[in-house]
Design a protein. Sequence first.
Length: 270
Amino acid sequence: MPLRDFHMRGTDQPTEIFERWSANPWDPVAPKTAATVILVRDGAAGVEVFLQRRVGTMAFAPNRYVFPGGGLDAGDADRLPWSGPSEVEWAQILDTSPERAHALVAAAIRELFEEAGVLLATPPAGGAATDPDVLGSARRRLLDRRVTLAQILTELGLVARTDLLGFLAHWLTPGFEPRRYDTYFFSALVPPGQVADAETSEAEHADWVLPSEVLAHPAGLLMPPTMACLERLASASCAEQVVAHRVTVPLVAPVLVRTPDGWAMRAELP
C-alpha cells in the first residue's frame, strides 16, 4: 500500500511535543472506540458531503472540519430493532466480533441522530421515520441520556436501517496524542423526509459542501482521516456508489516522522 505524509501545520500541536515523542516515546493512552458517519448526497456539481466545523473550545480537534460522530456509549450494546445487513455480516465487514459490530453500528446511528438530526431508521414497512417534532423530542431525550437509542426505536415503532450505511475507512489516532480514537468511518444517505442540521453544541457551523471546496482550505483545518476521506469522495461518481462500499478495509495507523519539509504523520493508505 502507498505511503502518504500528512504534514503538521497550522493549528497542529507545537513541535516540542513531536521532539519529545521522537526522542523518548511514552506509553500511549488506550484509544476509545468511535464511529463516524459521512453523510453524502448527489448535488448539481457532484457528490456533496455534510461537514461540521467544531467549536474552538472542544478538547479534541477544536476548529477542525469533521464528520458527525463520537465514542461508543454503554447503551450502544442494547439490542436494536434491526433491518438490513445483520450484526454477523457487519462483523465480517468491520473485522470484529458480532457484539462489537452491533455496538459500532448503533453508535454510528446514535451519533448521527444526536449531532445532525438524521435518524437512520424507518417503520418496518419503510417510508418516513415519523413526525419531525416527535423526532426532535426524541433527539433531546437521547442527548440528555434519559433514553437509549434502542428505547427510542422501540417507542416509535422504528427499525434501524443498517442497509443505509456503507463503510469507508478505519483509522487509529497516533500514539503521542493525549486523546486517542479507534475510529470506524461509515457512510450514509439521508432517509426520505429528513434534513441534516447544525443544531449541535459541538459545532459552530455545518453544511453540505463539495469535497474539493473543503480540500482547498488552508492546511491545519483537516485531520488526516478527514482529508483522506474527502479526497476519496471527490472522485466518487455518485452518492449511492459511496454508500454501496461495504467491504473490509485495513486499519490505518499513522506514525510521526520528521521529513525535509517538517514533521508529518506518515500513513500507509489502502
